[in-house]
Design a binder for this molecule. Structure first.
Ligand SMILES: [Zn+2]
Length: 512
């Protein structure tokens, strides 16, 4: 059996199904480029039949990505498969990923199909997909709750129709590790042609077991793991890429296998996903949480100083964290910035670099040391916001202990400049009132949070807002050394995301 585990990243598809995590096409392209550098084998770029926006994003990613397979998800209908194929056919290495539910409960209530009909749909879909492209993946949705023997029959039919990968999802996050590895062994033993395909797993984290189930399945012979960065995804999320990759890397005696992931890029891509989606990583999250390598107890600190291996099973450098990283300041030039960004995994065009360099100089004037976290914020803010409708031009706030807070704001709305003032209970409230008045938004502010990107009183503040308009919820983020400006940027970012959501409603009802 192969000693390589194929990493199938679905941050752009299942990850995007996290509530409020929708990304625009520019953001998706940026993330896909980073995933390619990270070394994932397959990028699931979206569900092309779900919406025009999804189709467009998958199509653009297909044109750009060279080293990874680009997968488009589709149900078993010919129309869905055609949409997926039209979107991915430009790709250097296209993959059609088709799925149908195989559990009794899904077949009876959702599909209203019996077992024989599901087998027929599988054969027809895989045969048709195979006529379009070589690499075809078939998923048995709700596989972990399906009848075992029926599951083997469906996989057998998919493989004889040409599927090169068969995927066993724990769609609802119900499996327990020993039970799931047992199911993987059963499928491998009882599907006669299983050696002609790669067996994959796709787990959800409803019981906090997604990584454990995925690793148990790999131990039992699965050779593809479907994962997302930071474990984002439907409900409680998907299996986290960094946890699976680092478990295999850290425990080679237990897992005599490898992945193609360049682990030193894990930290930067985790930050990128967090910035783009607005979903903050919990501090105690394994591998990528802010505290994952922080030793608080004195006895631990003492041990780590004497020999890191006393309490550290992984070196922070292996995921791209470095204690002695180069810190840039106001005298750093364009070339230093460019090469530093390259080390961090960002290869920018000259035009993009100019934009970031200007913002970097502005920041370095306000702040002595510019850290990697600051640069990431500049890159994600500066580069990924190209299609914005609202753009903050100018903000002036006056507040203090003796004045009523008032804000003057100038905003570009689709290129047209408009300005106004408003009072508020505090400076941020005043700024938000002025922005709301100018944009005419009907959204409600559900949540507002501020955190510091780095230490020190000159640290940049990072603000996250959560907005709701009718049934749509959007997150907005902004960073600045002035927290009132950061707040205004976050609010405007959230309003832009709401506009984007209004144009790209997610129509798919299936969750895989
Ligand atoms: Zn899923």
């Amino acid at each position: 059996m192969s000693d390589r585990v194929i990493i199938f990243d679905t941050t752009l598809r299942d990850g995007e199904q996290s509530p409020g995590a929708s990304m625009n096409t520019a953001e998706k392209l940026r993330l896909a480029t980073q995933l390619e550098k990270l070394g994932v084998d397959v990028i699931e770029a979206g569900f092309p039949a779900a919406s025009e926006g999804d189709f467009e994003a998958v199509s653009q990613i297909s044109k750009k990505i060279i080293n990874c397979e680009v997968a488009g998800l589709c149900r078993t209908s010919r129309n869905d498969i055609d949409r997926a194929w039209n979107a991915i056919s430009h790709a250097a290495k296209p993959r059609i990923h088709t799925f149908i539910a195989t559990s009794d409960i899904h077949m009876k209530y959702k599909l209203k199909m019996d077992r024989e009909e599901v087998i027929r749909a599988t054969i027809e879909a895989v045969t048709y997909a195979k006529s379009l492209t070589e690499s075809v993946e078939f998923s048995a949705e709700d596989g972990s709750r399906s009848d075992r023997d029926f599951l083997c029959r469906v996989f057998e039919a998919a493989i004889s129709s040409g599927a090169t990968t068969v995927n066993l999802p724990d769609t609802v996050g119900y499996a327990i590790p020993p039970e799931f590895s047992d199911l993987v062994r059963y499928v491998r033993k009882n599907t006669s042609n299983i050696h002609q395909a790669i067996l994959s797993v796709h787990c959800h984290n409803d019981l906090g077991l997604a990584t454990a189930n995925t690793l148990a399945a790999i131990d039992a012979g699965a050779r593809q793991a479907e994962v997302t960065i930071n474990g984002i995804g439907e409900r409680a999320g998907n299996t986290s890429l960094e946890e699976v990759v680092m478990a295999i890397k850290t425990r080679p005696n237990f897992f005599p296998m490898h992945t193609n992931i360049e682990s030193t890029l894990i930290h930067s891509i985790s930050r990128l996903v967090s910035m783009i989606t607005g979903i903050i990583v919990q501090p105690n999250k394994a591998i990528v949480g802010a505290n994952a390598f922080a030793h608080e107890a004195g006895i631990h600190q003492d041990g780590v100083l004497k020999n890191p291996m006393t309490y550290e099973i992984m070196q922070p450098e292996t995921i791209g964290l470095s204690s002695n990283k180069l810190i840039l300041g106001k005298h750093s030039g364009r070339h230093a910035l460019k090469s530093h960004l390259k080390d961090m995994g960002y290869e920018l065009s000259d035009e993009e670099l100019n934009l970031v360099f200007t913002k970097f100089k502005e920041l370095a004037d306000k702040k002595k040391h510019v850290h990697d976290e600051d640069l990431e914020a500049l890159v994600t803010e500066g580069i990924l916001r190209t299609a914005d409708i609202f753009c903050l031009e100018y903000l002036h706030v006056s507040s203090g202990t003796t004045v009523r807070p008032i804000a003057s704001v100038k905003i570009l709305i689709s290129g047209r400049s408009t300005e106004g003032t408003a009072y508020g209970n505090g400076p941020i409230d005043a700024a938000f009132n002025a922005i709301a008045k100018l944009t005419g938004t009907e959204s409600d502010l559900l949540r507002f949070s501020v955190s510091a990107l780095t230490g020190g009183t000159d640290a940049q503040g990072e603000v996250t807002v959560r907005l709701r308009e009718d049934s749509l919820i959007a997150l907005g983020k902004g960073a600045d050394s002035d927290i009132i400006t950061a707040s205004a940027k976050a609010y405007i970012n959230g309003l832009n995301r709401l506009e984007y959501l209004k144009k790209n409603p997610f129509q798919a009802s299936e969750v895989l």
